[in-house]
Ligand binder design. Structure first.
Ligand code: EPS
Length: 340
């Protein structure tokens, strides 16, 4: 079973992750992990914090001589020094602050926001880099693109940069939608025997585990609701690569809606939970949009989930064991799919 856990706070010393159940013999150059971390860190729309972070990381377990060993992989990413975060009894609207303060019985929002912060996604990307590498060596390719930014349903680089600059100047933030595509997945991953085995449910959970994601669809998604069955049958790609919760050999297509970052430089009305007096919160370090970074994070989160499904289907403790099984399966299922 492939599983992972993370720990660490946004302004703590490190963000740490452990990936357990990953096979041995997978070459994972440190430069590959660094490159993926840079994609996340430098995605368009990031705030001033990202200029301070270097995302330098250390792997303290699970690798030897550039190869995974089959032991749990431990990664620690250093945070830039920032000192202790000030006590604040004013929750930032739209963040986890208020719900977390109620849940944990604290008047200090800083305690909640430290762990709820999207900083944690850095280590998910580091762990996901291992999964991406495994997929890559098996001919499975991940890509993502932002398909809408704010009200712009067809953003170009130029229009996106202009929209981000305008939002930043107004102290505002933008949401958006990204699309994730996975090519080369073997047919037969996931399952229909239980709801929890369905890959759609597993991928939905992986996507909703990313900060700020508020919507998820597979293939035609919400558009399918307005289609007749006859029209839908004419366009099998609307299934998005999944039927009955199982990969069907077509590219996997997911879309996620990302809400606008709720921390606003323009400020937002709140209440001081100590005094119950009105208060204003101004977030100076927020990102202008999280949608570009979320697309990168989603590639890694999906890669981890799909690596788990792949290992369940094919078993194996090492790449040398898994690879021939996948190739043989592809040959077998490919013969059937080619005749359809
Ligand atoms: C975040 C708020 C900002 C972001 C942070 C996520 O940080 P700060 O606490 O300094 O205002 O920069 O994202 C990251 C640090 C990161 O690496 O993604 C939040 O509240 O979620």
């Amino acid at each position: 079973m492939l599983r992972y856990l993370t720990a660490g706070e946004s302004h703590g010393e490190t963000i740490t992750g452990i990936l357990d159940g990953f096979p041995a013999g997978v070459p994972v150059p440190l430069a590959c992990i660094a490159a993926q971390l840079e994609r996340r860190r430098l995605a368009p729309g990031r705030g001033p914090r990202q200029a301070r972070e270097t995302d330098s990381f250390q792997i303290t377990s699970g690798m030897s001589g550039g190869l995974t060993t089959g032991a749990p992989i431990a990664v620690a990413i250093a945070n830039s020094p920032s000192g202790k975060q000030a006590f604040s009894s004013v929750p930032r609207p739209g963040h986890a602050d208020l719900a977390g303060m109620l849940k944990y019985g604290t008047l200090n929002a800083a305690v909640i926001r430290e762990r709820a912060s999207a900083r944690e996604t850095a280590v998910r990307v580091a762990l996901g880099s291992f999964a991406l590498r495994l997929h890559g060596l098996l001919g499975i390719r991940f890509s993502s693109r932002v398909v809408s930014l704010g009200a712009d349903a067809a953003p170009t680089v130029k229009s996106a940069m202009a929209a981000l600059a305008a939002a930043r100047a107004a102290g505002d933030t933008l949401g958006g939608v990204f699309e994730l595509r996975v090519d080369g997945l073997p047919a037969g991953l996931g399952g229909c025997s239980q709801g929890t085995a369905r890959l759609g449910s597993r991928l939905a959970a992986a996507m909703f585990a990313i900060n700020s994601i508020k919507g998820f669809e597979v293939g035609g998604g919400f558009r399918l609701a307005a289609c007749g069955g006859i029209d839908a049958a004419r366009e099998p790609q609307l299934s998005g690569g999944l039927d009955g919760g199982i990969t069907n050999g077509s590219p996997l297509l997911l879309r996620c809606a990302v809400k606008p970052v709720p921390g606003l430089a323009a400020g937002a009305d709140s209440v001081n939970l100590k005094t119950f007096k009105k208060a204003r919160v101004v977030s100076k370090t927020s990102d202008t949009t999280a949608v570009f970074a979320a697309a990168v994070i989603a590639e890694h989160a999906a890669a981890l989930e799909l690596a788990g499904a792949l290992l369940e289907k094919f078993g194996g403790d090492s790449l040398a064991e898994i690879k021939p099984r996948v190739l043989e399966w592809r040959k077998r299922t490919g013969k059937v799919l080619a005749r359809l």
